[in-house]
Design a protein around this ligand. Structure first.
Ligand code: HEC
Ligand code: HEC
Length: 284
């Protein structure tokens, strides 16, 4: 037990150093930045171009986490039945309730009031900045800024009596505009697709109408604005042919203008429609 007393003396000393050093300098100095990180990495909200924390967990290395745990051993043990020191024993900590009274440990009121469980998200926030996560915590530790280092450490902790399943990595959606904007038409390909239309339509200026009107200059022109015997449905439509209206029309003519005379099922492929529209733009 003499050893134990030395260790306790060591803990006390260390805690003094930590309290003076880390907590008064690092914690206060860096706190604002860390709170931000904690939010982004744990929740995922507003972290558009940051790698989600789940991805760090997916690639985490428990052996590296064990090495990082050296930063904790001055206060914590992690093996089953290990003694409490300045901090509680951490065996099986992931998945357990916060401040669950491990071996009668005297937690701060802040941590006791927190409630909830230690899961991936809460542990991530805690290890980013204990003092930001729990006001008035007794854990005098500035936190770990590097997300990969936190992930490694958490996977290591998880291997010590917890074994929580890793959270799924959310898909990161690139860019802002979800649909149409992404599809850029290729007029040369559109010309090939126009073979599907050529049985009824001509595109060269002045060429005669067939089963359908001549389409030279149709892009930007009035809907049903040519010299053709249009259906009442299309005539009633109004407006001009632009990318959006042509896209809707070519997706399904009969859905766009009920009673249309254009007996054509439509082009289901968005890229093919964009190509044809690009081709029609050039047909003047
Ligand atoms: C200077 C001592 C010290 C260091 C270093 C330290 N801790 Fe702590 N830890 C504490 C104290 C004290 C508490 C109790 C906090 C409270 O009651 O507010 C605690 C609490 C915890 C808890 C919550 C336990 C529970 O039962 O809810 C976890 C998890 C934890 N520490 C993990 C770590 C990890 C991981 C590290 C290393 C990166 C670390 N700590 C470093 C002192 C320390
Ligand atoms: C079976 C014949 C037929 C086919 C095939 C056909 N169309 Fe038509 N199209 C018509 C008819 C008929 C109209 C007139 C519709 C109405 O009045 O309701 C028309 C109207 C149009 C109009 C509106 C013209 C205007 O003056 O407002 C556009 C644009 C058009 N077609 C494009 C196409 C494209 C592009 C294709 C091929 C992907 C195609 N059509 C395939 C018969 C056809």
């Amino acid at each position: 037990m003499a050893d134990r007393f030395n260790t306790i003396a060591g803990w006390t000393l260390f805690s003094g150093v930590v309290a003076l050093g880390l907590s008064s300098i690092s914690a206060h100095y860096f706190q604002a930045g860390k709170v931000e990180h904690a939010k982004e990495e744990a929740g995922g909200e507003g972290a558009k171009d940051e790698k989600p924390f789940e991805a760090y967990l997916a690639s985490a290395d428990a052996a590296k986490g064990e090495a990082t745990f050296k930063k904790c051993t001055s206060c914590h043990t992690v093996d089953q039945g290990g003694a409490n020191g300045l901090g509680p024993n951490l065996y099986g900590i992931l998945g357990s309730a916060m401040a669950s009274g491990r071996g009668g440990f005297a937690y701060s009121d802040g941590l006791k009031a927190k409630g909830g469980k230690w899961d991936w998200a809460s542990m991530n926030q805690w290890l980013t900045s204990p003092s930001a996560f729990v006001t008035g915590t007794k854990m005098s530790f500035a936190g770990i800024t590097d997300p990969q280092e936190r992930a490694n450490l958490m996977v290591f902790l998880n291997s010590k009596g917890s074994n929580l399943p890793l959270p799924p990595v959310p898909e990161v959606k690139e860019g802002a505009a979800p649909e149409a904007a992404a599809v850029v038409g290729d007029a040369a390909k559109g010309q090939k697709s126009f073979a599907k239309c050529a049985s009824c339509h001509t595109v060269t200026p002045g060429a005669p109408a067939g089963l359908g009107p001549n389409l030279a200059g149709v892009f930007g022109a009035k809907v049903a604005g040519g010299s053709f015997a249009y259906s009442d449905g299309l005539k009633a439509k109004g407006g001009n042919w632009d990318e959006a209206s042509l896209d809707a029309w070519l997706t399904s003519p009969s859905a766009y203008a009920s009673g249309t005379k254009m007996s054509f099922a439509g082009l289901p492929d968005a890229q093919e429609r964009a190509n044809v529209i690009a081709y029609l733009k050039e047909a003047k």
